[in-house]
Design a protein around this ligand. Sequence first.
Ligand code: KDG
Length: 291
Amino acid sequence: MIDVLTLGEALVSFRTAGPLVGTWGAEAHVAGAESNVAIGLARLGHRSAWVGCVSDDDLGTWVTGTLAAEGVDTRFVRRVPDASAGAMVLVDPRDHARRVTYLRRGSAGSRLTPSDALGALDEGVRWVHLTGITPALSESARDAWVALAREAKARSVRVCLDVNFRPALWSRAEAARALAPVRGLVDLLVASEDEVDLVDAPDVPLVVVKQGSEGATLVGSQGRVDVPAEPVPVIDVIGAGDALCAGLLSGLLDDLDPLAALRRGTWVAGRCVASAGDWEGLPSRAELPPT
Ligand code: KDG
């Protein structure tokens, strides 16, 4: 049984410690919104699996090995012989302005197909976690993403969608069009205030609106409830949304009520923000505060 199955592209993320022009070097990390969530969940003791395609070289081995070392199930990863690893360059993440350059067009990660996506469902899955990044990668990745959402729904597997609109990948109109096929398939929608209108989903049972440094808002049958962000020193905000999703899903898997689950989400997001890296500072289960 898999608690949470995610699908997406893991990237090699080059992070500079200062402006790119000059003598600054860069550190390479493994990143990717969906694999960040998978790592967050594994650290919290859940069985998470990541489906994706990686390059058939040292970088692909490194990405897969990093996820496996963090306890993520990588059995459904496919190596692609004729494509390079996707990468991103983040210039000085500590200045809190997200300046990202993607090197991912035609990447191994964009070669996802529906057959990559569906096999893992046979293992038994409790939640599928998707983001709005995957359908921006390629037509076949979009097909895989829609196929997984549809098949999950057909098997009564709950679906979480974090919209994660990435303007460097496509326009708002393109994103809204691509997200339309999963309307009606989503049980939990996570979006920032300016992303909510990209998914016209009045029937989603549970919506979490990310409010950045303010925290997050739960929108459910009982109305709206604000959950404040943890008062932590802000080191690096990248990955905070993924951390929030990991904590939120962890809480729901533990049968917490949605508000308590979101509190776990904002707490985990606080841990992410208070340390450098997309996921490196995420907590283990033993560190969770009592609920
Ligand atoms: O949430 C952090 C992600 O945005 C980052 O790891 C890279 O997945 C990524 C993307 O496509 O921007």
